[in-house]
Each structure stands twice: as C-alpha cells, then as structure tokens.
Design a binder for this molecule. Structure first.
Ligand SMILES: Cc1cc2nc3c(=O)[nH]c(=O)nc-3n(C[C@H](O)[C@H](O)[C@H](O)COP(=O)(O)OP(=O)(O)OC[C@H]3O[C@@H](n4cnc5c(N)ncnc54)[C@H](O)[C@@H]3O)c2cc1C
Ligand code: HEM
Length: 444
C-alpha cells in the first residue's frame, strides 16, 4: 500500500452534397416513433452492473472490457446485426460521418445553423458516441444514463424533438451507403429500432429536465498565471447545481457555438461563484481565447453539470487522486468539500507536470494539507534537473512506484494522454478496474 517517501509532502501534511442522397433517403424512410413505442425484447430485465470506470463514448481513452451478451432471442439477433454491420463501416467512419451530416443538412436544412462552421471535431465526436452506443446496445444500464445526459445536454445546442427523426433517417441512409452487401432489410430494421430507442431516451430526458438548458454567468475576475494559464472566476445569475468533482460545458462570447468542458475548481459556494483554471492548448481555438482575451464583464453560458468523480465517504476506503495540469481543478473542489467534514478517509494526491511551473495549484493543495491531517500531497515533475522535495517521473511512473493501491478508490484527471498512460499502468500494477474513476478529457 502507501509507502512513505522523503519526497512526500505530508503537510498535515457537407461534404460536397452527394446527389444520390435524396433518393437514398426515400429508400430508408422509417417510422422511428413507432419503433420507440415498441422496443425490442432485450430491455428489462436489465442486469444492474456497478462499474466505476466510465465507458465514456465521447472521451473514452481506454477500450471497454470484455463483454458477455445480455440479450437472448430476437433482441440478441438485433444486437448482432448492428455490431456486424457496424464492423463493415467502421474503417470508413469519416466518410460515413461526412455523408451523414450532408444528408441531415439536406433533409433538415434548419439543423445546419445549430452546428459550428467547422464540423471536423463534431463528426469525430458523433461517430465515437455511435461506437459507444453500438458497444453497449445490449447494456441499457450503461447506455441509458449516458443517453439521458446527452439528451439533456443537447438542449443547450438548440436541439428540438423534431430534429431527431431526420437525424435517424440521415444516419441509417449513411450506414446503408457504406455497409455494402451485409445491409439487408433485417439490418435496416435493427438500426432503425435501435435509433428509435436512443432518440426516445434522449428526447424524454430533455423534456423531463426542469432546469434551464444553460446558465448565464458574468466574468468577475480573469487572472493570468502564465502565458498559457489563466484563472477565471464567474458569477452565475442563478447557482449552477453542480457537485464538487463534476464538470460543465462552457461557451464564451469570443467563440460562439464552440462549447468546451471545464471543471470548477471550487466546491459550490453560497454566492454561486465558480473558479475555472484554463490552460491554452497549442492550436486551441477556445482555450487560447479564454486565456488571452477574456474580459471582466464577459457573459458566459454554462451547460448542465456532468461527471462521476466524487469521494464516497461512506465506503470505508481510502483514496488516491492523480492530477495532471488543470486536472487538479476537480480534485481541489472535492478536497475543499471534504474539509467541511470532521471525519474523512485518508487521501493521497499526486500532482504532476513537466516542470515545477506546471504545478500551478501546488501551494493551495499543500496549504490545505497543512490543516487536514488526512491529506497527503505528492508533487511529481518530469524535467531535469531533479527538484528537491519532488518525485521525478511521469505521474504513471510515480503513482505505480508507490504501489498497486489495491484497496483504494482512485480518481484520475488530466490530459487524454496522461489518463491513458496512468490508468493503463495502474491496471498492470494491480489496481482493480472497478476502483478507478476518471472523466477523461476529449481525445479529438
Ligand atoms: C471532462 C473535461 C473537463 C475538462 N476540464 C478542463 C479544465 O478544467 N481546464 C482546461 O483548461 N481544460 C479542460 N478540459 C479541456 C477543454 O475542454 C478543451 O478540450 C481544451 O481547452 C481545448 O479546447 P480548444 O478549443 O482550445 O482546443 P481545440 O480547438 O478543440 O483543439 C486544438 C488541439 O488541441 C488538442 N486538445 C484538445 N483538448 C486537449 C487537452 N485537454 N489537452 C491537450 N490537447 C488537447 C486537440 O486534439 C487539437 O489538436 C476538459 C475537458 C473535459 C473532457
Ligand atoms: C442519436 C442521437 C444523437 C447522438 C448520439 C448525438 C451525439 C452527439 C455528441 C456526442 C455530441 C458532442 C457533445 C459534446 O461535445 O459535448 C453532439 C453534439 C451536437 N449535436 Fe448531437 N447527437 C444526437 C442527436 C442530435 C440531433 C437530433 C441534433 C439536431 C440536429 C444534434 C445536434 C448536435 C449539435 C448542434 C451539437 C454541437 C455541435 C458542435 O459543438 O459544433 N444531435 N451530439
């Protein structure tokens, strides 16, 4: 388990429009609403599974674990038809996505204005979400929460219930276009049924959400810590109902319609203010703009809170946090929340970066540890020369050097590469998969 080290700071330590499309649309016209009213038989009983590591469709950097089919009979056949036909189109997902969006904008031109001008990132996110749906099509216990969240979140893009049917038509047409000979009437029905359910789940979640599609917030402070890092504090008109450790999507006036996820670095406050730590990534359209051009008085839009990272104080298990770069933000929010309680699990937080300068929040965490004996902060840097009082190496190296952490709940946050490396190394070292939680950063 945890081995002490001198380095430990134990501080109490459209594609060109394809002319075939209109004819193709007619060929797959389908009653999605009827399909949603009569779902296939693999629905209840759904086996309840408990898995902490989210198979996040949009962001998942790790392959899903081996799966056993959950359905039998006609439903299992539907699942098999979907997976086999998807395997045929998978090598050409980019083409499928281009065809799909071109088709959508042709049959429902009003949807074009909902999307940003450059569709490249969106195409890849949608196809990754589709892959996740295919992988989990027989696992509603995993799929339904994701779809409900996605449906609620789609409200902020201006998506309406009537947009779902043309989307389904465009999707099935695109799949048919690229599936080749495996596409049969049975395959088409399987996809149409599945899409009907997906759309129903998303629509119903959106309709049922009593909260606003987004919150409006005013920037009250913009503080640049370095050329590529800024802290921005906003005050929403109404408190955003997030939990410490969750993240929200944000739209800034300098980059309209380009929503990006950011993690509040504080636990919810009585005045509702939220602090964000933003690092400008090379070539980044939104992060560079926030760091460089945010002004006090700017109005931001903030989407529904999401994410699974939390500390379960009732589990009886101690905790390891692994945070790279601005990945410290949600960890700090969770720690701030824990400091309000008298009795907490032991928490060891590894904070890493390439250089000492990357550990922008180390002083705050160290100060927190100074008054909270259950907290231990272990800084790690990759660059040479070695820095006294700090571990040396990547976070993946350092965390696993300290042990396998088999009995701890593990929270990981940072860049996609850091999460991928850390989670893989921890699994190899012996950390149980079910104990690891992350809300991975987008891998575009
Ligand atoms: C759950 C979650 C929480 C997040 N919380 C924060 C946060 O608190 N603070 C913060 O600064 N960022 C955070 N991010 C990342 C943020 O949402 C954006 O992805 C990031 O700011 C880049 O956006 P951009 O528009 O500047 O770059 P884009 O224009 O979208 O991309 C430009 C280039 O940067 C690469 N890129 C995109 N994201 C990253 C990344 N995270 N690391 C390295 N390269 C990247 C892309 O692959 C592309 O090559 C979070 C992401 C997720 C998914
Ligand atoms: C099967 C149903 C759908 C799935 C699986 C899906 C999936 C996704 C995903 C994964 C994203 C990225 C979300 C993010 O980055 O936060 C997204 C964004 C978006 N979706 Fe959907 N979606 C669906 C239906 C729809 C429909 C019906 C519309 C309306 C036409 C729509 C319009 C949008 C828009 C406008 C965006 C934002 C794009 C951008 O950022 O430029 N989606 N969708």
């Amino acid at each position: 388990m945890f081995r002490s080290s001198s380095a430990v700071q134990r501080s109490r330590n459209p594609l060109k429009y394809q002319r075939r499309t209109v004819a193709a649309v007619r060929a797959v016209s389908y009653d999605f609403a009827a399909a949603a009213r009569n779902p296939p038989a693999c629905h209840p009983p759904w086996r309840k599974r408990s898995r902490t590591m989210p198979a996040d469709p949009v962001r998942s950097p790790a392959p899903p674990p081996e799966r056993q089919p959950h359905c039998t009979g006609a439903a299992a056949i539907m699942v098999q038809l979907i997976r086999e036909s998807y395997a045929q189109v998978q090598p050409r997902v980019e083409d499928v996505a281009q065809f799909f969006y071109a088709m959508l904008f042709t049959i429902a031109p009003d949807t074009r204005e909902l999307f940003a001008a450059n569709m490249q990132v969106q195409r890849s996110r949608f196809m990754r979400a589709l892959m996740h749906i295919v992988q989990n099509v027989d696992r509603p216990d995993e799929l339904v929460p994701f779809l409900r969240q996605l449906g609620r979140d789609h409200r902020k893009f201006g998506v309406l219930a009537q947009h779902y049917d043309p989307m389904g038509t465009a999707l099935v047409t695109a799949l048919k276009q690229y599936a080749g000979p495996v596409w049969t009437p049975q395959v088409e029905k399987a996809w149409s049924d599945a899409y009907g359910l997906v759309a129903k789940t998303m629509r119903e979640a959106a309709e049922a959400d009593p909260g606003p599609a987004w919150w409006t917030a005013r920037v009250v402070d913009h503080h640049r810590l370095s050329w590529d890092l800024a802290v921005v504090r906003v005050t929403p008109e109404q408190p955003v109902p997030y939990r410490a450790g969750q993240y929200v999507s944000v739209e800034v006036p300098q980059r309209p319609r380009l929503w990006r996820y950011l993690s509040p670095a504080n636990t919810p406050r009585p005045d509702g203010s939220i602090e964000f730590h933003i690092r400008a990534v090379p070539g980044g359209s939104v992060s560079r703009s926030i760091v460089g051009h945010t002004q006090v008085g700017d109005t931001w839009r903030i989407g529904s809170p999401m994410g699974l990272m939390t500390v379960d104080r009732s589990s009886g298990r101690d905790v390891v946090m692994v945070a790279g770069g601005t990945g410290t933000a949600p960890m700090r929010a969770i720690l701030e929340d824990l400091t309000q309680w008298g009795d907490n699990p032991e928490v060891t937080i590894f904070v890493g970066g390439r250089t000492h300068a990357d550990l922008h929040d180390l002083d705050t965490l160290t100060a927190m540890a100074a008054t909270n004996p259950w907290l231990t902060v272990i800084p790690a840097v990759e660059s040479y020369p070695r820095t006294a009082g700090m571990e040396h190496g990547t976070l993946a190296d350092v965390v696993t050097r300290f042990g396998a952490w088999p009995d701890r709940d593990v929270l990981v946050c940072g860049s996609p590469a850091m999460i991928r490396a850390t989670v893989s190394r921890m699994l190899v070292a012996g950390t149980p998969l079910d104990r690891i939680t992350y809300d991975p950063f987008t891998v575009d």
